[in-house]
Design a protein around this ligand. Structure first.
Ligand code: TRP
Length: 450
């Protein structure tokens, strides 16, 4: 692995943790993006043992919108937001995804090892299919291949930079699991090239509620733009939905969007004062005024920097280009290594004699089906030495067990927790002690390649 960090302390014995995350450039940053993603990412980037890779996921934006002006505008806004919020681009790798053509090339290499069955299970794609089915439409109506391939592109983002830790919202956990699965298959087929990433879900980081109390999200149209002018910010805050309790009546902090928003921007002491005010029957109008002032105080200095930056797009463009160069210093040689690994090689270098023969010989993993004394039907997956990898749950019929095996062979299963293998939301088997997800994925890949 090349030495990569100009900023990591050279005398440190701590292992370096690579952190990577991206934001899709299809909207305007809101308070939820800031508190849930940008603020913790910038804090993490200051750790001495961290190398941070933060990028603008503009290839992903094309899946969500066909409006070129929106993609460009959003890219500018999100880039300016990272910078205004204090990201130190000398310390981190900050780049625009589409400036790294190696990412699309890697996407193809990964596509060729990603199980179609695995992608059929992706939540976003499945939700579209389920909705079409419920509406009596063709299952794939309105679904483009970008949506279907979304997890593979995301895997390329992550695997390209050998990220260990990927801070994401809960809705993205499945994508990280898929990236692990795809990486494990590739490694099994072509050698240990990729690091298997983990999703990092920070419980202490707030998922902010929006104006209507649901999660703040573009898709619910309930957002408060991070850099709305003060007057608009105030108007939006005053439109937050509350219950109908009158001034003087004690108010619940639990489940109050207003309180949660306050907490995300206030110190612990300020939060306690607000909690007491709720108990003491503060009027909603007054609470909203306090919330507005608190958020405005936190945001105002950043908003001033943001406005300055937005007025100088050439400066932001130049920063992104520098970032791309720094990122490609890693991506270009790594892709050369990967191209070689899969056989995309120069012909004037040594040509390996035997095509199609795997380096390792020996027995393949095997699914074994059997019936227990309880009358139910089981299977297990054992490795080439007969050692247990996976033990199934009991099935009512041999057909049920057999169909499950067929689907596992297609790579359809997802991992859940440390050791459960899941299909359609139900646990179908458990990994043996000492076997991890990578061992399971490798065995399935070995069977698929045989
Ligand atoms: N899919 C992520 C989102 O919508 C954005 C994203 C793209 C991403 N590539 C990534 C996040 C790689 C983490 C790592 O939130």
């Amino acid at each position: 692995m090349p030495a990569i960090s100009p900023s990591a302390p050279s005398a440190s014995a701590q292992p370096v943790q690579r952190i990577l995350t991206g934001i899709t450039t299809s909207g305007t940053p809101h308070l939820g993006n800031y508190a849930g993603a940008l603020r913790p990412a910038i804090e993490a980037s200051l750790r001495a043992d961290a190398e941070s890779f933060y990028f603008l996921a503009d290839y992903h934006a094309l899946i969500k919108t066909n409006d070129p002006a929106r993609v460009q505008r959003s890219t500018l806004e999100i880039a300016a937001t990272w910078l205004a919020a204090g990201l130190d681009t000398d310390r981190v790798w900050f780049y625009r995804q589409s400036d790294i053509p190696e990412i699309t090339e890697l996407t193809w290499l990964l596509t060729c090892v990603a199980g179609k069955g695995l992608l059929n299970r992706a939540h976003a794609y499945k939700a579209a299919v389920d909705k079409n089915t419920a509406d009596g439409e063709d299952p794939d109506a309105g679904v483009n291949m970008g949506l279907f391939m979304y997890p593979v592109l995301m895997a390329a983002d992550i695997l390209m930079f050998k990220a260990h830790s990927v801070p994401v919202g809960r809705d993205q956990i499945q994508h990280i699991e898929m990236a692990r699965d795809i990486a494990a298959r590739f490694n099994h087929l072509y050698g240990e090239h990729f690091v298997l990433p983990e999703a990092a879900i920070d419980e202490s980081v707030a998922t902010l509620p929006g104006l209507d109390g649901r999660k703040m999200s573009k898709s619910y149209d309930n957002t408060i733009p991070l850099f709305a002018p003060a007057a608009e910010l105030k108007k939006l805050i005053f439109s937050i939905v509350t219950d109908s309790k009158l001034p003087g009546e004690p108010k619940e902090t639990e489940g109050s969007a207003l309180f949660q928003l306050y907490q995300a921007f206030a110190t612990p002491e300020e939060t306690e004062t607000m909690r007491a005010a709720f108990a003491g029957g503060i009027a909603w109008g007054e609470a909203k005024q306090v919330l507005f002032e608190r958020i405005d105080r936190a945001v105002a200095p950043m908003r001033a920097r943001y406005e300055e930056l937005i007025a100088q797009p050439a400066l932001i463009e130049a920063r992104l280009r520098e970032g791309a160069e720094k990122a490609r210093a890693i991506a270009t040689p790594f892709l050369t290594e990967l191209r070689h690994a899969v056989g995309l090689r120069r012909l004037d270098t040594a040509v390996e004699a035997r095509a199609g023969v795997k380096a390792k010989a020996g027995a393949l993993p095997l699914f074994k089906q059997y019936r227990e004394a309880d009358g139910r039907f089981y299977f297990k997956l054992v490795d080439g030495h007969g050692h247990l990898i996976l033990q199934s749950v009991g099935f009512d019929s041999p057909k049920g067990a057999g169909q499950t095996i067929a689907r596992l062979k297609q790579g359809e299963a997802m991992m859940s927790g440390a050791a459960d293998v899941v299909l359609d939301g139900a646990v179908v088997g458990t990994l043996a002690d000492g076997r991890d997800q990578a061992a399971y994925a490798a065995a399935i890949a070995e069977l698929a390649a045989a």
